[in-house]
Ligand binder design. Structure first.
Ligand code: BEZ
Length: 259
């Protein structure tokens, strides 16, 4: 999620990492928002998908933990309500027909997902649906492994800061919170990183705060260069000058059951 664990630069996020919401547009087909429905967009970032939900005629509320994302979303879409809120504690009992989330849930620590799922359930009407996509098991594994290994070689003990669950693990978790999972899928989506030869370091600069937090500013360039060296053969195409990351998505639709 656009979470406190990363220092978000909302302008950069939109400019150079637009694939995050561009890919999410596809997920809207599964949400299938109807005119008049009340929909919660969890981890809405800069609000582009929230706006598409509003365009379908739904009454949507976008929430994000990051103040800069909420500021940017409000400036871009002044007619849509956006609020700063944490997915673990939403004050919104039974207020929504559906909840939606794209590329946000993996930012929430694994230990907090029971709180998130019970909060989402409470926010939905009986029969309400939860449609979401997050990084799944193995997501950006080469990138994370190389960075963690390079940091370990330099004496920094850092672990994968994100939660990328397997299908069975996460669907069981959803079901244990009073949902029926009607669709779940883990799939590869190789993703070209924007910025040409700088794509990998741009990505780490945008998303990797929690990986690089302990590294002093004057050592970062060396770390990034070393990670590029580790990954060039596997991820870089010199002809097109593009880095491609091994994104793996976990997508699901779950419906609130009652009783
Ligand atoms: C993702 O969307 O899969 C992702 C984005 C940033 C960091 C980690 C994962």
């Amino acid at each position: 999620m656009s979470d406190g664990s990363n220092r978000w630069d909302a302008g950069h996020y939109d400019g150079e990492h637009a694939f995050v919401y561009e890919y999410g547009a596809d997920l809207l087909g599964l949400l299938a928002p109807e005119p008049g429905e009340r929909i919660l967009d969890l981890g809405c970032g800069t609000g582009h998908l929230t706006a598409e939900i509003a365009d379908a005629g739904a009454a949507v509320l976008g929430v994000d933990r990051s103040p800069s994302m909420v500021r940017e979303a409000r400036a871009a879409y002044p007619d849509i309500p956006f609020a700063r809120a944490d997915a673990r504690s939403l004050p919104a009992e039974g207020a929504f027909d559906a909840a939606f989330s794209n590329a946000a849930l993996h930012w929430i620590p694994e230990a907090d997902h029971d709180a998130v799922l019970s909060t989402v359930r409470e926010a939905l009407v009986p029969g309400g649906r939860f449609v979401a996509e997050m990084g799944g098991r193995g997501n950006v594994a080469a990138l994370v492994d190389a960075t963690v290994a390079e940091l370990a070689a330099r004496g920094y003990a850092i672990e994968n800061p994100w939660y990328f669950p397997a299908v069975g693990e996460y669907t069981s978790r959803i079901e244990s919170h009073g949902f029926e999972v009607t669709l779940a899928r883990l799939f590869d989506r190789p993703t070209e990183l924007e910025g040409g030869p700088d794509g990998l370091r741009n990505w780490l600069g945008m998303f990797g705060d929690s990986l690089l937090a302990d590294v002093p500013e004057d050592e970062r360039d060396d770390v990034l260069g070393a990670v590029e060296d580790w990954l060039r053969e596997e991820m870089y195409d010199p002809e097109t000058e593009t880095w491609t990351a091994g994104y793996r998505r976990l997508r699901f639709v779950a419906v609130r059951t009652d009783g």
